[in-house]
Design a protein around this ligand. Structure first.
Ligand SMILES: CC(C)(COP(=O)(O)OP(=O)(O)OC[C@H]1O[C@@H](n2cnc3c(N)ncnc32)[C@H](O)[C@@H]1OP(=O)(O)O)[C@@H](O)C(=O)NCCC(=O)NCCS
Length: 189
C-alpha cells in the first residue's frame, strides 16, 4: 500500500469471484478485530458468500464497496424503508459499515459515508439513520464529525461474543433542506 493510498467507492450490483473473495476477506478481518456491524465471529465462507449474494439481489438494499488502492477493504449498505412504512418513507438507514483493520485511517469510512449519503439524496431520501455501539469510538468520531445528531442511547444495545452487553447510540442526519419542525407529542404519530 502506498503512503497516499487512493480510496474509491462504488456501488456493486453483482459480485464476481474476485470481488466476493476480497469482500469476504475484508469482512472476516473486521469481524475478527471486534466487528461492530453484526457478526461476532466470522461465519463459514459459504455463509458469508450467500449473505452478500443476497444483499446485491434484495430490493431496497444497496451495497457500497470501499476500495483502497484498488482492493476491496470495506463496505456499507443503504437500506430503504419497507414499502408499507409510508410514515417513514423519507428516512433510509446506513447499515453494516466497516473498514478492514489494514485499511483504516485513510479516510475510507468518510468516503463510503459520503457516497451512501449522495445516493440517498439521489433516491429522494430526506433523512438517514444509523446506530453504533458505544464502544466504536472511531465510528462515533467519523459520524459526529459528519454532522450526525445523536437522538438516543440504548443501554442494552448488543451482546458480544463473551456475553458482555454494551450500550449503543442512535443518530440521524437531515440530507435535504432544513430539519422540519416536529409536531408536539400530544398530536401522536
Ligand atoms: C469506524 C471505521 C469504519 C472507520 O474506518 P476508517 O476508514 O479508518 O475511517 P476514516 O479513516 O475515514 O476516519 C477515521 C477517523 O476516526 C478517528 N479515529 C480513529 N480511531 C479512533 C478512536 N479510537 N477514537 C476516536 N477517533 C478515532 C481518526 O483519527 C479519523 O478521524 P479524522 O478523519 O478526523 O482524522 C472502522 O474503524 C471500523 O470498521 N470499525 C469497526 C466497525 C464499525 O465501527 N463500524 C461502524 C458502525 S456500524
Amino acid at each position: 500500500m502506498t503512503e497516499n493510498a487512493q480510496t474509491t467507492v462504488r456501488i456493486a450490483e453483482s459480485l464476481d469471484n474476485r470481488e466476493m473473495d476480497e469482500l469476504c476477506d475484508a469482512t472476516a478481518s473486521a469481524v475478527e478485530d471486534g466487528g461492530g456491524f453484526g457478526w461476532l465471529t466470522p461465519p463459514p465462507r459459504q455463509v458469508m458468500e450467500t449473505y452478500y449474494s443476497g444483499v446485491v439481489l434484495v430490493p431496497g438494499r444497496t451495497l457500497f464497496l470501499g476500495l483502497l488502492d484498488g482492493m476491496i477493504a470495506g463496505s456499507a449498505q443503504l437500506l430503504a424503508p419497507t414499502r408499507n412504512n409510508e410514515a417513514q418513507a423519507a428516512a433510509c438507514n446506513l447499515v453494516s459499515a466497516f473498514v478492514a483493520p489494514w485499511a483504516r485511517g485513510h479516510g475510507l469510512a468518510r468516503t463510503l459515508t459520503e457516497a451512501v449519503e449522495k445516493q440517498a439524496r439521489q433516491e429522494g431520501f430526506g433523512m438517514i439513520n444509523l446506530d453504533v455501539r458505544e464502544s466504536q469510538a472511531a465510528a462515533i468520531h467519523v459520524y459526529e464529525s459528519m454532522d450526525y445528531v445523536q437522538w438516543g442511547a440504548h443501554p442494552l444495545y448488543a451482546r458480544l461474543a463473551d456475553g458482555t452487553i454494551v450500550p449503543g447510540r442512535f443518530y440521524y442526519k437531515v440530507l435535504i433542506g432544513e430539519a422540519p419542525e416536529a409536531a408536539g407529542a400530544e398530536q401522536g404519530e
